[in-house]
Design a protein around this ligand. Structure first.
Ligand code: PA5
Length: 348
């Protein structure tokens, strides 16, 4: 397998990353005695800022936190803060490199507004800013049992660090990270085997462009992750949408171009046991899939495994990460480097 940066090896290390993420968050709180938890207790809202692979941490906190974080959570994937950010805001700045422009600009502005700031990074300017300003800095360990070559490959450590921090400051009570460790370790072993279900999906996509669909909440986070991983690791277009919203618009768009779309797209539906309730989503998904079967090359369904919402989200992420790496292998592309992102960053 062509994998110059070792993305596959890092994926095999996912459960160790979860353990490391817990440790780094706890260590940071112990070391940073001056961190004013008092301000956090008065926080009225949470903003999670970050882009790309790091930005997914905001989506994760919002989806998992919906079950028990009582404060409103705003996901920020830009350099501009919403007007409500103030001294009453807990601002989590997540950047693996610590050098992403949008995240740095937003963090500076949050500082000017008096927000309580916590950063998660391997270093860079974000760590420097945190040190100079006395923010709590949670430092990602880029060398767990295997080095983390790219931000998106550090997802499990960043996720575990963010959730552990929120637990330690009493904002996130039902933390199920402990259960996720053995589950993910087992799933990684299964999915790394030859002809695993993830490999079969990558193969069966057969060169079509995946349209990933999932219910809002944890499914939509996994769908976004899978889309991004296919884009970045497999260097292939992929798109996602969340239901039930897409049933009110996107579904209509399959009306007249069936001859074209049938050659190009496949539908991949991610399901979990933690989908929005009170509406017959099962039936709606079944009917919508029937309506789309005619106009796509193939329809695939992936069901999450695991006993908690967090386990099922991690389960879908790990499954999708394997799909994207197998797809890269089948296409003969190197999954790690992302020259298009590098070029854009260097030209602005
Ligand atoms: O996966 C990647 O490498 C990118 O999506 C990065 O996460 C993104 O460019 C932001 O960089 P960072 O995570 O270092 O802030």
């Amino acid at each position: 397998m062509l994998d110059s940066l070792g993305m596959f090896t890092t994926l095999l290390d996912s459960s160790n990353q979860i353990k490391a993420g817990k440790e780094i968050a706890k260590d940071a709180l112990v070391k940073h005695k001056k961190f004013d938890v008092g301000n956090i207790e008065n926080a009225e809202n949470i903003v999670v800022a970050g882009m790309g692979g790091s930005g997914l941490i905001g989506d994760l906190i919002s989806a998992v936190g919906a079950f028990d974080i009582e404060l409103p959570i705003h996901i920020l994937k830009s350099s501009s803060l919403p007007a409500f950010v103030s001294q009453k805001t807990l601002f989590l700045a997540v950047s693996f490199s610590g050098n992403t422009a949008e995240t740095l600009i937003a963090t500076e502005e949050a500082k000017n507004r008096g927000a309580s700031i916590v950063s998660i990074s391997t270093g860079g300017r974000l760590k420097e800013l945190s040190k100079n300003q006395g923010f709590l800095s949670i430092e990602i360990n880029p060398e767990v049992s295997s080095p983390i070559p790219m931000p998106r490959a550090g997802f499990f450590q960043m996720a575990a660090a963010a959730l552990t921090f929120l637990t330690e400051v009493n904002l996130y009570k039902n933390n199920h990270l402990e259960k996720a460790v053995p589950h993910i370790s087992k799933r990684v072993e299964e999915l790394a085997t030859e002809r695993s279900s993830a490999y079969n999906l990558a193969k069966d996509l057969g060169g079509t462009i995946p349209l990933i669909s999932a219910a809002s909440g944890i499914g939509a986070v996994a769908a976004r992750r899978l889309k991004n991983q296919i884009n970045e690791n497999s260097k292939t277009p992929a798109f996602f949408s969340e239901v039930p919203e897409a049933f009110h618009n996107e579904l209509v768009g399959w009306g007249v171009q069936g001859d074209v779309t049938r050659q190009v797209f496949s539908l991949v539906t991610l399901r979990s046991d933690f989908e929005p309730s009170g509406f017959n989503l099962d039936k709606a998904i079944e009917v919508a899939t029937e309506m789309q079967e005619e106009v796509v090359s193939n329809c695939f369904k992936v069901s999450a495994e695991g006993s908690t919402a967090l386990c099922q989200l991690f389960d879908l992420v790990v499954f999708g990460d394997f799909v994207s790496l197998y797809l890269a292998d089948l296409l003969g592309v190197d999954p790690g480097p992302i020259p298009a992102v590098d070029e854009l960053k260097s030209r602005i």
